[in-house]
Write a protein that binds this ligand. Structure first.
Ligand SMILES: COc1cc(/C=C/C(=O)SCCNC(=O)CCNC(=O)[C@H](O)C(C)(C)COP(=O)(O)OP(=O)(O)OC[C@H]2O[C@@H](n3cnc4c(N)ncnc43)[C@H](O)[C@@H]2OP(=O)(O)O)ccc1O
Ligand SMILES: O=C(O)CCC(=O)C(=O)O
Ligand SMILES: [Fe+2]
Length: 542
């Protein structure tokens, strides 16, 4: 125990404030009486009365019992204070941050004073004592460390290592609770929805943030007009092609070309992309979307340091009548170095690996599809037209309160040459069949198959093949109970390529159906409007 001493003989302000000892340092001296600087005037003291305390609210039944939300709002109105139990923030996270607090204040004074107003390298980290020592008649018996959150990176760099991980974890793990409380408190004020566009786009919460609020019904901005919804019909689904015998059986290649002509969509199994690579990129997708909104919003159109990395929600929110129930991260591949520097670290390695390991498959498919078009060799120019650029999207469709009133992705065809889509086990992808054939025209489900890849022809290949290969409309319906992810790799022409029907296809005298068009103009046209089925192709039609 520290020796006891009188504080009359030394400069208390210097010891407590300047030297970084705080009141903890004073207390550790083993004082027998309160130094006079801490003696509060009578009016600052309080009278404690016998009275019931503030309400204690059990949140266990939050999902099933609306009374929980009601009692929170009542308590906020009546007392402005309440205690929550079973709130969903794990006990070990709370214990962790309590331990970390003791660890920080247990550091030597010389270490703690580096975070004082005078010495701290940032205004966002401040160690201090009392509340406002210069303004107070009497000092308060408290030391504090105050941390203003800007971003995970800034916190990692600047917050004291004795407590930063635990503080970040506590902040992160209390976010859902915070959104739940704000949601119900706003509902009581008749704010029926939080302004989704502002929330989703500027705050980085996306529809995932909305879904995490535990909404019981779909906000009106997401209710799609009847014509955007689909009629699901009983019909066989798209072909499933087993590539095991690719090397020995030419029928495998044939069935791929047949499916590309007839359906524009097929699933591949035993395609050679390792299962662990597919699992890796699925895990990475959940990791990215699980990041705090403040981190994800750094990749939004407004804040991203590059056009090649974009976090967004819906498809084209400014152009859409109703929003889509989907968040996405879109990564345009330029080079491994650029990706390493700019893609989010939560997912970049896995996305690069998935792109790399699907390259052989991509070349195999392009090879046989071109053979059927009488393209004998894929030279440099053809390679650019068919696979000169790649984009990988991570799509996140959160659990949706009324999935039948909205759409995850509206009906569209891809503007790629080919798309390699990895979907998880939840399901929800629908493809249009028998377009224009009256009652037979409808939508079929693409059932998830463990380890499979869904391949579809995009507009660019439809145009290059003069309509022989079909880019088919598809759309997604979100799940009412689970968060779904999908990860398409869009294999495209280079933005600077001019696309039009290939000379080999027209060699027999076939009339071109499409004009030559700069690919980046085509893509910009696609991105600037809402999803509208196959209308983008009209932009290139003769
Ligand atoms: C997101 O939900 C989706 C996405 C899809 C995607 C289906 C595909 O097939 S993606 C394959 C597209 N092909 C390529 O990316 C390769 C060619 N790329 C290019 O030519 C260019 O990179 C570019 C896409 C045209 C962008 O060029 P840039 O000079 O950077 O032009 P900007 O002015 O920034 O953008 C133009 C316009 O597009 C919007 N936009 C750009 N990138 C994206 C993106 N990744 N996701 C969504 N929107 C994007 C951008 O906001 C601009 O619009 P403004 O209205 O803001 O002017 C299928 C289904 C989905 O639901
Ligand atoms: O999520 C899916 O299954 C399909 C997504 C899609 O069509 C796209 O991103 O272009
Ligand atoms: Fe698509």
């Amino acid at each position: 125990m520290a020796p006891t001493m009188s504080t009359d003989s030394f400069d208390l302000t210097d010891f407590v404030i300047n030297k970084g000892n705080g009141v903890k340092g004073l207390s550790d001296l083993g004082l027998k009486s309160l130094p006079k600087q801490y003696i509060q005037p009578q009016e600052a003291l309080i009278n404690i009365i016998p009275h019931e305390s503030i309400p204690v609210i059990d949140m266990s039944n939050w999902d099933s019992d609306p009374k929980v939300a009601e009692s929170i709002c009542d308590a906020a109105e009546k007392y402005g204070f309440f205690q929550l139990v079973n709130h969903g923030v794990p006990l070990e996270v709370l214990d962790g941050v309590k331990d970390a607090t003791h660890r920080f204040f247990g550091l030597p004074a010389e270490v703690k004073r580096n975070y004082s107003k005078e010495l701290s390298s940032t205004n966002n980290v401040r160690f201090g004592t009392s509340f406002s020592p210069d303004a107070e008649k009497a000092l308060e018996w408290k030391d504090y460390l105050s941390l203003f959150y800007v971003s995970e990176d800034e916190a990692s760099a600047l917050w004291p290592s004795a407590c930063k991980d635990e503080c970040l974890e506590y902040m992160k793990r209390s976010e859902i609770l915070c959104k739940k409380l704000m949601g119900v408190l706003m509902e009581r004020l008749n704010v029926k929805e939080i302004d989704e566009k502002k929330e989703s786009l500027l705050m980085g919460n996306g529809v995932k943030g909305l879904s995490d609020l535990g909404l019981k019904s779909l906000p009106k901005q997401y209710i799609q007009p009847q014509e955007a919804l689909i009629n699901i019909i009983p019909h066989e689904s798209i072909p499933v092609i087993d590539m095991s015998n690719w090397d020995s059986d030419p029928k495998v290649a044939e069935s791929i070309c047949d499916a590309a002509e007839k359906y524009g969509f097929f699933q591949l199994v035993n395609h050679g992309v390792p299962l662990e690579v597919l699992d890796g990129v699925k895990d990475a997708t959940h990791r990215f979307f699980g990041l705090p909104a403040e981190v994800k919003r750094n990749y939004s159109k407004e804040l991203s340091s590059t056009n090649n990395v974009r976090f967004g929600t819906s498809f084209s929110p400014d152009a859409e009548k109703a929003l889509e129930w989907k968040d996405y991260l879109s990564l345009f591949y330029v080079s491994e170095d650029e990706a390493s520097a700019l893609w989010p670290s939560a997912c970049k390695d896995e996305c690069l690996e998935y792109m790399k390991r699907s390259e052989i498959l991509c070349k195999k498919l392009m090879g046989v599809l071109m053979e059927r078009l009488n393209v004998k060799e894929i030279d440099e120019k053809k390679e650019s037209l068919l696979m000169g650029s790649k984009r990988i999207n991570l799509n996140y469709y959160p659990r949706c309160p009324n999935p039948n009133l909205t759409i995850g992705v509206g009906r569209h065809s891809d503007v790629s040459a080919l798309t390699f889509l990895l979907q998880d086990e939840i399901g929800g992808l629908y493809v249009r069949v028998n377009e224009g054939k009256g009652e037979e025209d409808g939508w079929v489900h693409v059932p998830p198959i463990e380890g499979s890849l869904v391949i579809n022809v995009g507009d660019a290949l439809q145009i290059l093949s003069n309509g022989r290969y079909k880019s088919i409309e598809h759309c997604v319906i979100a799940s009412g109970s689970k968060n779904r992810i999908s990860i398409p790799i869009f294999v495209n022409p280079k933005p600077s390529d001019v696309i039009g029907p290939l000379p080999e296809v027209l060699a027999s005298g076939e009339k071109p159906k499409y004009k030559n068009i700069l690919y980046s103009d085509y893509v910009k046209h696609f991105f600037r409007k809402a999803h509208d089925g196959k209308k983008t192709v009209g932009f290139a039609e003769i």
